[in-house]
Design a protein around this ligand. Structure first.
Ligand SMILES: [Zn+2]
Length: 247
């Protein structure tokens, strides 16, 4: 593994969000991007996304990037590997609270919602906890010619981990983001030993700590490729996005 430098970190205030490419581009089968992990890490030590050819559910935790493949296992990702979509930030918590009695994912979301002062900004959120169960999924690496995302998502593999400690992290984004990223909550999970994880579907947490931050500074870097330049992005693909995020 290469040594990583974070020299550019000082250029960006904490909780400045960088979105590399867009969900509508991904849903238009732009599964290969030109952005390296090295470039992404300059813009954040915390984040989620996927790797080229949809090779797993990517998560950056404490500055280290992993991808969770369809065996459910987390693999550390090399700096020179590339990603077609990601959203990252240098996370610094503004608020936190503890959970001391078991709580389901939907109940925790309700609780977080009740604490947020506005729906119109972004919130990076980190949940470190002990889970009675946690359900995730991962999408298999694709090869050309690429299937449509609505077809390949049917092959996604689900995992159910029980009595496991780990970190769930991601973002709550405003609804107006729908053609760029995922509106509402989008989380990925990695366990404490950094061995397993995936795109979060559900959990019950026994105890844990929730940290979140206010984020009003949002940057988008559009993909730089011939494929991207030639896709038709004139219509929103949000209906498709809503469908696949829950699978
Ligand atoms: Zn995801």
């Amino acid at each position: 593994m290469m040594k990583r430098k974070y020299g550019l970190r000082k250029l960006f205030k904490p909780n400045t969000i960088f979105h590399f490419s867009t969900s509508d581009a991904l849903l238009s089968n732009v599964f290969e991007g030109n952005t390296t992990i090295k470039e992404i890490l300059k813009h954040g030590d915390f984040g989620i996304g996927t790797m080229n050819c949809l090779d797993g559910e990517m998560i950056i935790v404490d500055g280290k990037p992993y991808t969770v493949r369809t065996d459910g296992k987390a693999y550390e990702v090399d700096d020179l590997e590339r990603s077609p979509i990601s959203v990252v930030t240098h996370f610094k918590k503004d608020y936190s609270f503890n959970i001391c009695t078991p709580i389901k994912y939907s109940q925790l979301i309700e609780k977080i919602n009740s604490l947020l002062s506005t729906q119109n900004i972004f919130y990076p959120i980190k949940i470190i906890g002990e889970f009675k169960y946690i359900t995730t999924r991962s999408i298999a690496k694709q090869s050309k010619p690429f299937k449509l995302i609505e077809d390949l998502i049917k092959d996604a593999v689900k995992f159910n981990f029980t009595n496991i400690q780990g970190t769930v992290l991601g973002f709550k984004s405003p609804s107006f983001i729908e053609r760029i990223g995922v509106p509402g909550y989008h989380f990925h999970f990695i366990d404490k030993e950094r061995k397993v994880g995936g795109h979060l579907l559900d959990f019950e947490m026994v105890t844990g700590r929730i940290e979140y931050a206010i984020a009003r500074d949002f940057h988008v870097k559009l993909e730089d490729s011939e494929i991207y330049d030639n896709i038709d992005l004139s219509e929103s693909k949000n209906d498709l996005l809503q469908k696949i995020e829950k699978l």
